[in-house]
Ligand binder design. Structure first.
Ligand SMILES: [Zn+2]
Length: 363
């Protein structure tokens, strides 16, 4: 029997493990998929759930049996998706989330501010568990962001897990295992998801996106292990982000009031997450400049992230020989950490730009 995982990026170990479990019919009642956001926990859980419910015996999920067709339509009566949402969530919002999951689980983004999984959501699952199952007897429940369950909800899930109904399988997904009760964790089989490598993300993007390989490579690097972040970057575009980063570097060599004005301007026009992306792209850009300065051109060319930006890079390298790239990159990393710690963005940028100019040894 073969499991069809083609839409899932990386995670070879997990794929092998799940295949083995299904082949030997050794399903546990509860699994905890844990790892950083965007590493494919939901994508994997969706495919595996469909495979468990599939009626075909050779290849799972086959995509053509009655169960698979129901699954693809998003209406499988034996499949339950639980995710955090406020009590007052609109039906259109809930449907929107379900639609995204169906289209591309890597793109899941909940439209609410810090929502939780309430006891009501778990009660609904328990009510469903009491009903007769459709056709094939297995049932699968996937709980997205399981660490967002309220205490009441957690206790209700614990109760089910203590005496799990036959052929009922729970998949708890979490990027924050520390906020799960140890009693829940101990009931689950743990399956770790590692951060994706740049190459895995690149391969995933190449199969579905039309941008040039150079651009996708840049996106893959900036995504830092998360397919979700990569898709987000593609949506917002990396070109503008990169340009702001390079402009920030250029402005760092201007007069103080110009530095301050530019810092205030981009801080006002960009959210913290965007500012972090800008700084990350600048790190990649400086890394390229470092490569160009220190390696023979041909060798450097092959490893450049910003290969379409050679002219600008070359100009920087010749204008600032012996620029202290390592220190500059460290400085930018500090800036990113300060943004994460909620220091005023404009202040972070002014300090950073003043320091970036320090590392240039003028001729
Ligand atoms: Zn099937």
């Amino acid at each position: 029997m073969k499991l069809t995982f083609e839409k899932i990026v990386g995670q070879k170990k997990v794929k092998r493990l799940l295949e083995h479990i299904l082949e030997n019919n050794r399903l546990a009642h509860a699994y905890l998929f844990h790892g950083s956001p965007g590493t494919g926990k939901l994508a994997m859980a969706s495919v595996f759930a469909q495979a468990i419910l599939c009626e075909n015996t050779k290849e799972k999920p086959c995509g053509t049996c009655k169960s698979c067709l129901l699954f693809s339509s998003g209406n499988h009566p034996n499949y339950h998706l639980v995710f955090p949402h406020p009590k007052a969530a609109k039906d259109t919002e809930i449907q929107g989330v379900l639609q995204t999951i169906k289209m591309n689980p890597y793109q899941l983004k909940l439209p609410w501010n810090n929502p939780q999984i309430s006891i009501d959501s778990i009660r609904e699952v328990r009510r469903n568990l009491g009903l007769k199952t459709f056709g094939h007897k297995s049932r699968v429940i996937v709980i997205i962001d399981a660490h967002k369950m309220t205490t009441e909800a957690t206790n209700a899930v614990l109760k089910v897990l203590e005496e799990p109904p036959q052929e009922t399988y729970f998949f708890l997904l979490s990027s924050d295992q520390d906020n799960l009760l140890p009693t829940i964790i101990s009931r689950c089989q743990l399956i770790p998801f590692h951060d994706l490598t740049d190459d895995e993300i690149l391969n995933g993007l190449m199969s579905s996106q039309h941008q040039s390989e150079a651009e996708l490579r840049l996106v893959a690097r900036m995504a830092r292990g998360s397919m979700r972040r990569a898709l987000h970057l593609l949506e917002t575009g990396t070109g503008e982000i990169k340009e702001i980063g390079v402009e920030l570097l250029r402005t760092a060599f201007k007069r103080y009031y110009e530095i301050a004005a530019y810092a205030v301007e981009i801080a006002a026009n960009n959210e913290r997450t965007q500012l972090k992306e800008i700084l990350e792209s600048l790190i990649l850009w400086l890394r390229d400049a470092f490569l160009l300065e220190n390696f023979p051109t041909e060798q450097a060319d092959a490893s450049l992230t910003n290969s379409d930006d050679q002219e600008k890079l070359q100009k920087f390298v010749s204008s600032f020989p012996n620029y202290e790239y390592r220190n500059a990159i460290k400085e930018i990393e500090t800036g990113i950490r300060m943004l994460e710690k909620y220091v005023q963005p404009a202040v972070v940028l002014i300090i950073l730009m003043r320091n970036l100019r320090k590392y240039a040894v003028r001729l």
